[in-house]
Design a binder for this molecule. Sequence first.
Ligand code: EPZ
Length: 431
Amino acid sequence: MNKIVIHGARLLSGNVTVSGAKNSIVALMPASILADEVVILEGVPEISDVYALINILQIMGAKIHFTKGVLTIDPRGVKSIPMPSGKINSLRASYYFMGALLGKFGKATVGLPGGCNLGPRPIDLHIKGFEALGAVVFSDKDVMYLRTKKTKLVASHIFMDIVSVGATINIMLAAVKAKGRTIIENAAREPEIIDVATLLNNMGAKVYGAGTNEIRIDGVSKLHGTKHFIIPDRIEAGTYLAIAAAVGRGVTVHNVLYEHLESYISKLEEMGVQMTIREDSITVHPNCDLKMINVKTYPYPGFATDLQQPITPLLLKSYGQGELIDTIYERRIGHISELKRMGANINIDGYRIIMDSPSELKGAEVVASDLRAGASLIVAGLIAKGVTTIYNVEFILRGYDRIIEKLTNLGADIALVDTNNKVKLEERGGR
Ligand code: EPZ
C-alpha cells in the first residue's frame, strides 16, 4: 500500500489552485444519465471517486471520455441493470444512482453505499423520499430494490426530518421527471445542491429554490444534453487555508468562493489569521500567536463538518483552551488518536473534543481512518518537527486532486511512496 511521507516544520509560500468539488461531481455524474443526450462536465477533479464512478457508468452502458478535467458522458446506452455492490460500495455517493435510475427508468437495483467510516450513515430519508414519490423500496442483504408502483413517479410534498445533503439531492434526481410538482421542505442548502440543480435545469428540468430550505420541482418528460462547469471544492479550499495559516509565509488559494466558506473564514479571523479576500482567491498572510477558539459544526451555511478535522492541527498550534463539537457526526474522531501519537494535547469528553494548546507536534507513523481524518494528518505532518508517515492514503486521494503536487509546489517536503519505499509519481486519481 502507498504511504505519504512528510518532512515537516517547513514554511510554505506561493499559489495553490483548488479543483472542482468532489461532493458535486459525485452527484453530477449519476445525474447525467437522466439526459437523453450527451452531457459535458468541465472543471472535473482527477480524484479516485471520479474514476470509480466512470467505471460504474461504463458498466451501465454509458460512453465516457475524460481528459484535462473535461468529462463527456453519453448516457444513451445506459440500461437500468443491477449495480454490482462490489463496485458500488467503494463510495457512499453511489447511492445517487438510486435517484437517477428511479427518475429515468422507474426502477433501480443498487448495492448499499460504502464510503468513509464516520459512524452510522443511514439512508432512511432517501428511502422515505422515494416512497413518497410512489416507489416501492425493499432491501435484501446489501442490495436495495426500487420500483415504481405506477408507470412513473408521482410528485409529492416531502418534509425532511433531518437536513440531509444526500437525501435532498437524491429526491431531486428522482423527482425531475415525476408527474406534477414535488416540494422538499427542510432541504439542505449546500452549494453542491445548487450545482446539481443548475445542471438539471440546464438539461431542461424545472427545479426552483435550490440553496434554500424549500425546493420545488415541476416534473418534465424529457431532459436534453448540456455543458456544465462545476463549482470549486470548498472543503479542499478550507484545507489549504488551514495549511496556509499553520505553516505559510504568504500563500494564495485560487478558485475559492468566499460565500462558500463564510462561517469557516470568520472562525479563522477569530483566531487572528490575517487574510486578503478577493473575488475568487484568498491570500493568507504570515501570522503567529493565533488564539484558540471553540468550534461547532452545523449544516450549511454553518461551519462544515468536513472541515473540523482539517482545522484541528491549526487549533493545536494556537494558544489557549478550546472545544470542538461536531453536531452532524458525533463519531467523526478517527484523527484524534493519531494526533495524540504526534504529541497533541487533545481529548474526547462525551461528544466534545477538548484541546489545551499549543501542542508541540512531532513526526510519527499514523493511519488515516477516513478522507478528512487523512487531510488532518497531512496538515499535522506539515506542522510537526521530524518525519510523519501516513498510511491508508487511498482515503485521501479519493477527495484531494493532486495534493502531493500542489503541496510540493508550495515548498513542502512531501512524497507518495510505495511499499518498497520508492517515490511514486502521484498518478491521476490516485490509481
Ligand atoms: C454529504 O454526506 C457529504 N458527502 C459529506 O462529505 C458531508 O460530511 C455530509 O454531506 C454533511 O455535510 C457527499 O456529499 C458525497 P447527510 P451525506 O445526508 O449526504 C443523517 C466528505 O468528507 N442522515 O447530509 O451522506 C446522517 O447520519 C464527506 O466529503 C440520516 O439520518 O450526509 C448525518 O448525521 C463525508 N438519514 C446527517 O443526517 C439519512 O437518510 C447529515 O448527513 C441521511 C442522513
